[in-house]
Design a protein around this ligand. Structure first.
Ligand code: NAD
Length: 331
C-alpha cells in the first residue's frame, strides 16, 4: 500500500484525510510538525508528502527529499510563494498547490470585512461592551449601495467579490495586469491601479504575491486613494507596506483597514500566543488600533474549503505517484 505523510496536520483535517485514505486504499500518516531540515527524515519509508507550509521552506530540504526518494511536495494552500521553484526543479521535486479550493470562502470574507468597516460594526461592538448605547456621528455609516468599490486582481476571488458588491448596487471598478472578459460583467476596468483606487470608497486586493508587487501598496499609492476610504487585504501581506498603511491611517487618508494577511505573519499565524509575548511592534500596533480589523489569515477557513484542500493535496500526491505528474503542479 502506498504511504503518504501529511505534515502540518490540523485537527479539522483529520476526518477528511482518513475518509480519503479509506476510499483510495492509501496509508496516510499524520505529523503536526512542519517540513524542515529537522523533520524531513520522518519521510524515510514514505512515497509522498503533503504539507501546509507558512514560512519559506529551507532550500536544503529539496536535496534531502531527493536522497530519500521523494518526488513531490503537495502544498495544501493556493499560495506557493514559500517554495523556491527553481531549487525544487533542480532536485526533480514537483511542487503542487490547490489553486481553487473555494474562492467563495475568501471573497465572502473580504466582503464581510468591507461591510464591517463601512458599517463600523467593529467600533459599535466596542461601544456596546462599554455600555455606551448612544447614536453618534463617528459611528454613522454609509450605505454600500452608494459606494464605489475597487477590486485589484480580478481572478477567481476578485470576480466573486465584484459580483457580490455589484449585487448591493455599488459601482465596481477593477484593475488587473490581464483584463478578463468574464469579469467585465461585474466591473469596469481601469488602465492603472492608481486610476482604479482614485474614486473608490472600498479597495479590496485579490492578487498573488509576486516579485513585482512587493509593497505595491506603498505611501505613493496610498496617496492616490480617496480620502476616508477603507482598505481590505485578504491576498498577501507582502503586497502592502504596513508602515505606510499605518501612516495613511494616521493621516485619515484611509479610515479603516481589514487585514487578513500581514507581511511578517509567519511566526504568529495560526498559533496560540495567549501566554506569549509578541515582539513585533507593528503587529502589536495592528492588534491595538481600533480602526484596524486584523484576522489570522483565516479568510479561507470554511468546511468546504478544508475538505477541498485536504483532498486536493492528497489527490495531487497520489497523481504524481501514479502518473509522474499532476494537474496542479506549479514548477
Ligand atoms: P487568481 O490567480 O484566480 O487571480 C489572481 C489575479 O491577480 C489574476 O487575474 C492576475 O492576473 C492578477 N494579478 C497578479 N499580479 C497582479 C498585479 N501586480 N496587479 C494586478 N493584478 C495582478 O487567484 P485567486 O484564486 O483569485 O486568488 C487571489 C489571491 O488570494 C491568491 O493569490 C492569494 O494570495 C489570496 N488568497 C488568500 C487566502 C486567505 O485565506 N486569506 C486564501 C486563498 C487565496
Amino acid at each position: 500500500m502506498r504511504k503518504i505523510m501529511m505534515f502540518a496536520i490540523k485537527e479539522h483535517e483529520r476526518k477528511v484525510a482518513l475518509a480519503w485514505a479509506k476510499n483510495n486504499q492509501v496509508d496516510v500518516t499524520f505529523s503536526e510538525d512542519i517540513l524542515n531540515m529537522e523533520t524531513v527524515d520522518q519521510l524515510k519509508g514514505f512515497d509522498g508528502v503533503t504539507t501546509q507550509q507558512t514560512g519559506k521552506l529551507d532550500n536544503r530540504v529539496y536535496g534531502r527529499l531527493k536522497e530519500l526518494g521523494i518526488k513531490q511536495i503537495a502544498q495544501r494552500t493556493a499560495g506557493f510563494d514559500m517554495y523556491d521553484l527553481e531549487k525544487a526543479s533542480e532536485n526533480n521535486i514537483i511542487i503542487s498547490n490547490v489553486p481553487s479550493y473555494s474562492p467563495n470562502s475568501i471573497a465572502e470574507f473580504a466582503v464581510t470585512s468591507a461591510l464591517q468597516l463601512v458599517r463600523k460594526t467593529h467600533l459599535l461592538e466596542e461601544k456596546v461592551r462599554e455600555k455606551d448605547f448612544r447614536w453618534q456621528v463617528p459611528i454613522m455609516a454609509k450605505e454600500i449601495k452608494s459606494l464605489e468599490v475597487a477590486i485589484i486582481g480580478t481572478g477567481r476571488i476578485g470576480q466573486i467579490a465584484a459580483r457580490v458588491f455589484k449585487a448591493f448596487g455599488s459601482k465596481v471598478v477593477g484593475y488587473d495586469l490581464y483584463q478578463n472578459e468574464q469579469a467585465k460583467q461585474h466591473l469596469e476596468y481601469k488602465d492603472t491601479v492608481e486610476e482604479a483606487v482614485a474614486n473608490a470608497d472600498i479597495v479590496s486586493i485579490h492578487m498573488p504575491a509576486t516579485d513585482d508587487n512587493h509593497h505595491l501598496f506603498n505611501a505613493e499609492l496610498f496617496n492616490h486613494f480617496k480620502d476616508g476610504s477603507v482598505f481590505v487585504n485578504t491576498a498577501r501581506g507582502s503586497i502592502v507596506d504596513t508602515k505606510a498603511l499605518l501612516q495613511a491611517l494616521d493621516s485619515g487618508k484611509i479610515s479603516g483597514a481589514a487585514l487578513d494577511t500581514y507581511e511578517n505573519e509567519s511566526p504568529y499565524f495560526p498559533k496560540d500566543f495567549r501566554d506569549k509575548e509578541i515582539s513585533d511592534p507593528i503587529l502589536k500596533e495592528l492588534i491595538m488600533r481600533p480602526e484596524v480589523i486584523l484576522t489570522p489569515h483565516i479568510a479561507f477557513y470554511t468546511d468546504i474549503a478544508v475538505n477541498n484542500l485536504v483532498e486536493g493535496g492528497l489527490d495531487a500526491t497520489l497523481s504524481v505517484l501514479e502518473t509522474g505528474t499532476c494537474e496542479t503542479r506549479v514548477n
